[in-house]
Design a protein around this ligand. Structure first.
Ligand code: GLN
Length: 197
C-alpha cells in the first residue's frame, strides 16, 4: 500500500456518502463496496449506520457475508458506526429472527438501546486516543455495548454505557462521527489502516 490507503464503505444501505466524504477528508482514497471483487481491492472497510437487519440481509444476498468474515478474521481493519457496530458484534442480545453479523469484536450489543428515533440526541463524548477534546456524538436509535471480552478495549462510555470499542484492527462506535464536520475518528481509522499495511 502507498501512504494513501484505499478504504471501502460497505454500500448496501445506510449513510454511505457521508463516510466517503469523511474518509476523503482524512486523506484516504474512499470507494463504495458492494461486491466481493470490490472488497478484495480495499485495504480497510467502513460499515455505515443504517439498519442492521437490512444490511445483514443484503450482505447475504450480495454474497458478501463469508468473504467479509474471512477478511475481518485475517485482520483487515474495519470501522463500524451504529448499525455497523452491531454488524461487528460477535453477539446481539435482541436479534431479529435470522439476523446475522460479520462479527470480529468479542462483545454483546443491545440494539436501539438508547431509545427510538425521536429520542435521538447529541452529546460530547471523550474517546481514548482522540486528542483535543470530546467528539460530538450523534446517537440515532443507537445501540450500546452490554459487555465485552478480555481482548476488547473500551474507548468511550456515555451515561454509564459503552459506546466505543476496539479489538485489534476492529473499531466501532454507537454514534455517527460521519454526520459531523469532525473527522478525528476517521483519521484514527485511516491511521489504523496505514499501520496494518
Ligand atoms: N437501530 C439501528 C439498527 O438496529 C441502528 C440505527 C443507526 O444505525 N443509526 O440497525
Amino acid at each position: 500500500m502507498s501512504n494513501t490507503p484505499v478504504i471501502g464503505v460497505l454500500a448496501l444501505q445506510g449513510d454511505v456518502r457521508e463516510h466517503l466524504i469523511a474518509l476523503a477528508s482524512a486523506d484516504a482514497v474512499a470507494r463504495p463496496v458492494r461486491r466481493p471483487e470490490e472488497l478484495a481491492e480495499v485495504d480497510g472497510l467502513v460499515i455505515p449506520g443504517g439498519e442492521s437487519t437490512t444490511i445483514s440481509k443484503l450482505a447475504a444476498l450480495f454474497g458478501l457475508m463469508e468473504p467479509l468474515r474471512e477478511r475481518i478474521a485475517a485482520g483487515m481493519p474495519v470501522y463500524g458506526t451504529c448499525a455497523g457496530l452491531i454488524m461487528l458484534a460477535d453477539k446481539i442480545l435482541d436479534p431479529r429472527s435470522g439476523q446475522e453479523t460479520f462479527g470480529g469484536i468479542d462483545m454483546i450489543v443491545r440494539r436501539n438501546a438508547f431509545g427510538r428515533q425521536n429520542e435521538s440526541f447529541e452529546a460530547g463524548v471523550g474517546v481514548t486516543g482522540i486528542e483535543d477534546g470530546p467528539v460530538e456524538g450523534v446517537f440515532i436509535r443507537a445501540p450500546w455495548v452490554e459487555s465485552v471480552g478480555a481482548q476488547v478495549e473500551v474507548l468511550a462510555e456515555h451515561g454509564g454505557h459503552i459506546v466505543a470499542v476496539r479489538q485489534g484492527n476492529a473499531l466501532a462506535t454507537s454514534f455517527h462521527p460521519e454526520l459531523t464536520g469532525d473527522h478525528r475518528i476517521h483519521a484514527l481509522f485511516v491511521d489504523m489502516v496505514r499501520a496494518a499495511g
